[in-house]
Design a protein around this ligand. Structure first.
Ligand SMILES: Cc1cc2nc3c(=O)[nH]c(=O)nc-3n(C[C@H](O)[C@H](O)[C@H](O)COP(=O)(O)OP(=O)(O)OC[C@H]3O[C@@H](n4cnc5c(N)ncnc54)[C@H](O)[C@@H]3O)c2cc1C
Length: 292
């Protein structure tokens, strides 16, 4: 029987440290449990590491699904001609995985070191940094469809775009096969360290956030547009546009989802008035938000 937590606070499971309860949080630990759960038709939302989410203060109705730890395995095979096939469960942390690959001298996932969240969320969002994206090293993805069927799809069928993908509606990603190259451990380590130092210097890692709030418009930076509107340090309640990086909203301690949302509406309005540009949201809003 799948473990179900009732009225589970989701703020604890998001990097923003914001959000009301999941009416039911299901934590399947086996493929059988997961497929049965999907067949029940009750699943409303799939939660990964909660690193790209703004969950509403009222929380999420119905069943939220989070893969149990048993979906976090790693299997390295086929180390031939300088490449390795790595089969990874969707509940594996991306940064942990990048560290493991470094220790095996496998190159390709250096960019993922420091990106919070799990492999499933990284695939759904096509997470990336420093000019690389998870799609670049993905051969195929294992999913369970909304009606409980296990399928494997090739990366070319996943509709990957800039921080987006087009997986079958309502599916859950259970794992992927990644293709990495044999490399030099010291160089891999240096690249990871370089990326992390850049993050530390430019991002407000000391405060809870959900990373970049907006996607960069073609040829520009969302942070530049927001900063040009004089919005660094702008606040609604305990939500603030980071003075360090204008595309981050930070939770100063007791921010509510509605504070963040109101701040987002203000940012979007000001950027539109000044530049005529409509910012596209990167973070995902989960639950109900009041437009007023
Ligand atoms: C400090 C900070 C820095 C960040 N830097 C970066 C960066 O450099 N690059 C970048 O791309 N992102 C960055 N992010 C955003 C975030 O880390 C990524 O989007 C990450 O890939 C989200 O993964 P997650 O597991 O937390 O997904 P979640 O936030 O839990 O979910 C994101 C979306 O994926 C879906 N999802 C999650 N798991 C599954 C699954 N198993 N099956 C189906 N759907 C699923 C969810 O339903 C939701 O729609 C940053 C965030 C923070 C807080």
């Amino acid at each position: 029987m799948t473990k179900i937590l009732k009225e589970e606070p989701l703020w604890k499971r998001t990097t923003f440290r914001i959000g009301g309860p999941a009416q039911r949080l299901a934590l399947p630990e086996s493929m059988e449990e997961l497929c049965a759960l999907m067949r029940s038709g009750d699943v409303r939302f799939v939660l990964g590491g909660g690193a790209n989410l703004l969950v509403s203060d009222a929380g999420v109705q119905g069943t939220t699904l989070a893969l149990g730890q048993r979906f976090g395995g790693v299997e390295i095979s086929d180390t031939r001609e300088g490449t390795a096939r790595v089969k990874v469960g969707a509940a594996m942390g991306l940064t942990t995985l990048a560290g493991m690959m470094m220790k095996r001298s496998l190159s390709g996932l250096e960019f993922g070191f420091g990106i919070p969240g799990l492999l499933g969320g990284a695939l759904r969002m096509n997470a990336g940094a420093r000019g690389a994206e998870i799609k670049d090293i993905t051969e195929s993805i294992d999913i369970v469809t909304a009606n409980g069927m296990q399928e494997t799809i090739m990366a070319s069928q996943a509709g990957f775009g800039y921080r987006s993908s087009e997986f079958p509606a309502g599916c859950v990603i259970t794992g992927a096969t990644l293709l990495l190259r044999q490399g030099n451990m010291e160089l891999i380590h240096a690249a990871m360290r370089g990326g992390y130092m850049e993050r530390k210097a430019s991002q407000p890692l000391e405060s809870p956030s959900a990373g970049s709030v907006y996607k960069n418009p073609p040829g520009d930076y969302a942070g530049r547009l927001i900063e040009s509107c004089g919005l660094k340090g702008e606040r609604v309640g305990e939500a603030m546009v980071s003075p360090k990086h204008a595309n981050f909203i930070v939770n100063l301690g007791g921010a509510k989802a509605r504070d963040v949302y109101q701040l987002m509406l203000r940012i979007e309005k000001r950027v539109y008035e000044r530049f005529g540009a409509r910012l596209e949201r990167e973070i995902r809003l989960v639950g109900v938000f009041d437009e007023k």
